[in-house]
Structure formats: C-alpha cells, structure tokens
Design a protein around this ligand. Sequence first.
Ligand code: ADP
Ligand code: MG
Ligand code: MG
Length: 924
Amino acid sequence: MDAVSNKHVFAFEEGDGKNKHLLGGKGANLCEMTQIGLNVPPGFVISTAACLDYLASADKALPDGLMTEVREQMKALEQKTGKGFGNPDNPLLVSVRSGSAMSMPGMMDTILNLGLNSETLQGQISATGDARFGYDAYRRFIQLFGKVALGVSDEAFDKEFEIVKKAAHVEQDVDLSATELKDISERFLRVVQEGTGRPFPEDPYVQLEIAVKAVFGSWGGKRAVDYRKQFRITPDMANGTAVNVCTMVFGNRGDDSGTGVAFTRNPGTGENKLYGEYLINAQGEDVVAGIRTPKPIDRLAAEMPEMAAQLAVLRDNLESHYHEVQDFEFTIEQGQLYCLQTRNGKMNAVAMVRTSVEMEREGLISKERALLRIEPDLLEQMLFPRLDPSVKAESVAQGLPASPGAAAGIAVFDADRAEQFGGELGQKVILVREETKPEDIHGFFSSRGILTSRGGKTSHAAVVARGMGKPCVAGAEGISVDVNRRVAVVGDTSFKEGDVITLDGTTGKVYLGEIPTVEPDFTPELGILLSWADEEAGLKVMANADLPDDALRARKYGAVGIGLARTERMFNDVERLPIVIEMIVAETLDQRQEALDRLLPLQRSDFQHLFEVMSPYPVTIRLLDPPIHEFLPDENVLERELEELHALAQTSRGMNALAGAMGLLHTSKEKRKDLDSMRRLVDPALVEEAITKKEAMLKKVRALYETNPMLGHRGVRLGITFPEIYRMQIRAILEAAAECGRMGIEVHPKIKVPQVCTVQELKKVKDYVDEIHEEVKQQYGHPVNFQFGTMIEVVRACMRAESLAEEAEFFSFGTNDLTQATFSFSREDAENKFLPLYNRSEILQDNPFEVLDEKGVGKLMKLAVEWGKAVRPNMQVGICGEHGGHPASIAFCHNAGLDYVSCSGPRVPVARLAAAHAALAGKG
Ligand code: ADP
Ligand code: MG
Ligand code: MG
C-alpha cells in the first residue's frame, strides 16, 4: 500500500467533501461545511477504509499506525482550541460520532463529552465556574460511553436516575441540582463497574480508542445490519462507517445556550420556511431523544433574536451551496452558533414535489434536477388516505402532526407485538409508545401508523415514520402509555391492546375506533412537475382500467389512454353473471346466441362509457381471456348443494305424505288451510326443477374441467372454439365506437387478442372483425376508426413477432403471463412456495413478477420489438400489467424501444416520472 492510501485520518479542513464513500455522509459534509467557511467545531474523520480493515482483522485490531494518526490530529485540535486532551486545567472534550455513506438515522450511537474523567471534570468545572454543567456533562458521558462502547444496558442507568429524581422530587432533568447530578455520576460509575467488572476508563486516549472500535463494531451490529437489509443498502452504496471526532460545544451552558435540529424547508409540506425545534440549555441528543418536548423554531426570534438571524443566514448558505433542502443540527454555546451536521433533507412526497417546483423557480436547481431528485416510487405517497371530512368524530387526544396521512388499526404497545400482529397475523396495527428508539425499528415496518406520547417532530418516531411514509402523531402528551399493562389512559377513557384507534398524522389528532379514510387529491405542484416529466419522457403512460370510474381516475393522474381494459371484469357484475352462465351452459348454438344477444347491449354501453371518458385517447380492449369455467360455480359447492337438495326433496315428499294423512283425520276448514300451506311450503316440483338445473350445471362444470386451466382453453383459443363470444364483443366495441362517432366524440378503440401464439389465430379473429366492421358500416353509414392488435404473452409469439406483425397493428406485452411462460413458474405457486427462498439465497435477485427479468423475459421482448418493427415500422408497442408501473422495468422498456407503458391508475404518476428519469438517464 502506498503512503497516500495509507492515510486514514483527515482533518475537517482537508477531507474531500464529495467523497462520502470514504468519509461517510456526516464526515464529508463536516469537511465541506468547514471548507466553505461555516462555523463547525474543529475535528477530523477516520475513514470507512479503516473500519473495513478493523472488521476484517482476525483479532479486531485497529490498522497499524491509526492511533498515531489520531494522536497527531488530536494535537492539532489542541492547537486550534487552545485546550488539552486530558488536561485538567483546560480540558478538551470531543464527540465521537459514526457516519456511513448512506444516512441511517439513529442506527449508530454518538458519544458526547469524551475526555472527561475525575480530573478533567474538576478542570471543566473550574474553567466554566459551573459545577452543575460539569456534572451534567459527566453523567451523560458515563451513560453514553457505558452503553455504546462498553455495552452496559440503559435500564441500569435509568433506574439510578429515577431514584435520584424521585428523592429530589424533580420532574424534568433540567431541575436537577449540581449535587444531585454528582450523585447520579457516582451511581453511574458504579453501574459501569458492576456491568463490566472494571472501573470506568480514566485515560482519555484509552476512552478514545475504545470508542473508535465501538463505532466500527456497530457497523456489524444487528440494528445496522437489519436496517441495511430492509432498505437494500449494498456495499457499493455504503461500505463501513467512518468515525467523526469533533470538538464539543455545549448547548447546556445556561440560558444563552441551546441546541436544535432544523430543515431549511418544511419537510411535511415543502413550504419555503425554516422548520425545526430547539431546546434552551440542553445538549444535542435531548431534542431527538424526546426526553423534553422542544419548542418550534419560530419562537427563537423572540427568545434569542440575534441567534435567529444567524440561523437564517446559515440556512441560506446551506441551500445555496448544496442546492438541496438540508436537514441540519446546530448548537448555541453562550451566544455562539455552531453547525454540527447537515445532510439532504428526507421529505415526504408532497414536500419533495413542492420544493422541486419552487427551487426550480427560485433558480436554485434546473428542471432536470427537479425531476431527478425525486424517486418515482415516492409519488405513490401523494395518494395517501386522509380522514373522511364528512365524518364528524371527536378526537380524544392531540399530539404533533409528525408525519402525514391517516391510519386506523389496533393499538399495540411494543415493537415485537407489532411485528407479530401486523407482520405475521396480517392485522392493521398502530404502534403506541411513550417514545420510540432505534431498537423499535422492526415494529415500524409492521405498523400502519405510530403514536407516541413524548417527543417532538424531530423525535425518532417522527423521523423514521416520515421516511417510511407512515402516519405519525408524536408527543401526544394527553395520553399516558402503560407499556407493561398494555393500556393507554386518555383523560377519563382508555384503550388497551387490541382496541381500534385512528391517527391523523396531518393534524396530530387521535381518535378511538375506526374512522373511514378517503383518497387525497393531486397538488397543483405535482401537476406542474409531471408536465415537466412528460416533456422529457419518451414513453407514453397509459392505464389499466376496466370501469369508467377507474378510467376517470387514471385520466386525473395523467394517463393518455387505456392500455388494457379487461372484459371479464364486466362479465362478473352481479346482474350479468347469470346471463354469462346461461351463455356458458347453453346446450345449443341458438341458446347461446340468445344469451349473447342480451349481453351485447350491456357490453356496448360499457365500452361506450369508457370511450367517452377517455376521448380523445385510445382505449385498448382485450377480448375475453380467462378460461370460461371461472365464471361457473365451484364443483365442490355444487355437489354439496345437490346433496342438500336431494335431502330437501325427501323432506318435502315426507311433508306431503304427512299432510295427506292428516287431511283424512281433520275435516275442519281451518285445519285444511294449514295443511295446504304445509304442502306449499316446500313444493316438490320446485325442488326437482332446482335439482335438474344444478345437475346440468355440475355436468358442464365437469366437462369444462381442466388440469392446467391457465395453459388450457382460454384466450384466443376460446375465441376460435366459440366464435360467437368474440363476435359479440367485437360487435359491441365497433358499435360503441360508431355510436360515439355519431355523437361527435373522438374515439380510438383498439381490439386486442390475448394468448396468441400463431398468426393463423390472429387471421381468424381478424376475419370476424372485418366482417362485423362491414355490417356496422352499413348500419351506421360510416366506417369505424380502430386498430387490431395482439397481446405478446407466450414465448412463441415473441419468436414469431415478424409474422404476427403482418396482421397486428400493435403489440402489447403481457409480462405477467410472459414471465410465467419464460420461467415455467406459475405465479401463485412460485410466490407461495419457493420464490422467497430463491430470493433469500440469491438464486434469483428479485421476484420476476414484480421486477421485470431483463435478462430472460426482457431479451425475448427486445427480439419481438425488433422483429415486429422490422415488418411494421410505425407499430406501437407497449407493456401492460404490473411491470408497467415499476420504475426499473420502465427504464428497461424505454431502452428496449417501447412506445408506451400501461399500469394501474395510482401508479400512473410514478410511471410518468420514471419515464422521464429513463429518458434523462439516456441523455446523461
Ligand atoms: P445522529 O447521527 O444520531 O444524529 P450525531 O453524531 O449527529 O448522531 O450526534 C448526536 C447528537 O449529539 C446530535 O444532536 C448532535 O448535534 C450532538 N453532537 C454531536 N457532536 C457534538 C459536538 N461536538 N458538540 C455538541 N453536540 C454534538
Ligand atoms: Mg445527527
Ligand atoms: Mg395474460
């Protein structure tokens, strides 16, 4: 290794602010901020490379020479600050902080006030003349160091803390006196001694070395590993953590000191206004830990006007340098403002979209950046449910609106049970805690919302919930949570585990019971952003919609057509199903035609409505696809019903016999009437008729039975064996279009044939189409403007794309079936039985039904596009189905030369942005 790459430690003045991989996000930004002249306390970064070396070493040893480098840097810090590390007269104290390339909030712990020991403590006290402050710093250090570096549990410390607080009759930490804090420090030293079997380390360099190792070790700890797994953070995104050693500044030096966390813009709404919280006379982690409820940043102007002005300048400097919303930490020590951290702000979708549009208008970022800074998937959040405003309900408690959206579910009081109820049992769960900690993270994943009784908008619960896009109400102080008894008391009522509650993270209100939610609306900014996306995109985005309401919604989301309307959905309507069944069980062609004649006007009006709603955009209608037995009742059910009917027939015969016998005995008019109604109660003839019908049905069901229905008699195969069904549908489409034409509505119907594997099938269907079109032309006096095309969803269709293109005017990839066909996996069986294991053991990277398999299925698609377009260059090629709404698959479609994607309505905004990303990536 050469001398340069052997360097593991970088002063904030020398580290490369762009190299997050080496210095971690926090470290790189501390360097960058120092270098652009912001007020950062002096410090240095130990690289992630050192961390990897350490973790790879057999005996968990720091790399050679590392501590020498560290000592040199400490000497430099001593010079910059005029203090001495371990010097009792004027001690230098530092924080030791972790930080990897990806921000992993709360995943790894920071140690504050390192360098304190029994001697430097006295020095610190005489230097500041503030014994209370000295002991406060000391007890924090012992606890944090004990917990993070030495592995002593929090509970042992908390117990001692509570004992002293109780004895002193004190509620808030700030009310503890110097003597009480001294008592606490001594108790804490004993806790460490008992917990580790050794005295608390006095030598500051020993403290520092242990701390560095602990930070490195935490990269491999369970919490960090779980987090990386959950968010799929791979080594090329972040590999190892850096250690940041930073001179301590003290927000707990009295009432002219304080600490806070702020966003340069509101991360919940995007509003262009400083947003944050602070606490007077407190040290950093007090704000985040939710121990005291902090004050909104607005109040700082009244309390410390000079600091508020400086903070406003800091905010501008950060934004104009980073060109991005920043989430930063600051501390004020006796009227001096320091910036301790900055990173790009994590925001919800509404805020991301609004800040994109506004920062572009302010000239802070380009349109391209405005689009690219938003992950397409995030937009789905903008379709967050909110409480139905028409429902009047009384809230029982009010907390802080910490993460927007509304959710209802059963209350659960700890993360493990949340995981159990929400994850394993699939129930809707609301996690209720006093406050949350990083070790609760698994409970968040399984919950629909989070409620805490303590902490602010930047508390752990709030930050994590916002990141996950889950509703959160924080600091609902009216609720007293008893985790052990699993109840929460609110005023004079209460709720216990399993009771349903509703949260509104947008207003901070909490309700007992379930309140219905409604879909939210598009914000105006989203409309603007997506219009920019459409300008960049190559792919058009259509929607899958079967019913006019879905189509309307899809249009609202910006779909420029329907790429897939499934006609079987219409068949399943309660009023139609009996007719559909009649059509299926018909014994003769005449009988079948009679049922179809009744279906025709229904389908025609379905299509007409779709056309009207979508005009002037195209509507692609797929002819009947599923095996027809899907419309019939289940064989087992029929058998059971028949059994019951036979029993009933016997009963009714019995009753008739009884009535007859009684009739001979009783002659009174009254009695005879009774007997007649007894006979009528169950009419044997009626029962016989029902039996005959059910038997016919059962026979049909058995006749239609298939071993492999999805590979059986379905799709175009049906259309060829029962041409009258497809003919009815084709007629309904063409007549609906002609009706619209008559009313002056512009329509572009596209008829799509499913499951095609050879052009002969297409030709056959095309013959019906031409013939029916002739008739419709006669009938309406004008031709219908339509296209005829095919699904590409079987492997042979891909291979025969050239030949299919001779008949088909468009191709539409059905990638769900095509994936099944390519892998020879049936989706349900795969996802239930072996896919999860395949994914875990990395036999397959992803679930190919969710993420398009580019290497296999994608290759077939590319061939089909190429061959198809060779024959018919202007042919429109699209994809319909789940993959069409998946950003990575959309990027693939863009590159494979498709013309459009079609996805479910709510995915349309996601797909529009993803299409723009794909085009911009190609440019870049
Ligand atoms: P996290 O990643 O959990 O935010 P940090 O390293 O940022 O961890 O530190 C935790 C808290 O300690 C933050 O509030 C931070 O501002 C504060 N802090 C860190 N270093 C210092 C320091 N040198 N002086 C004062 N406060 C500090
Ligand atoms: Mg921090
Ligand atoms: Mg299909």
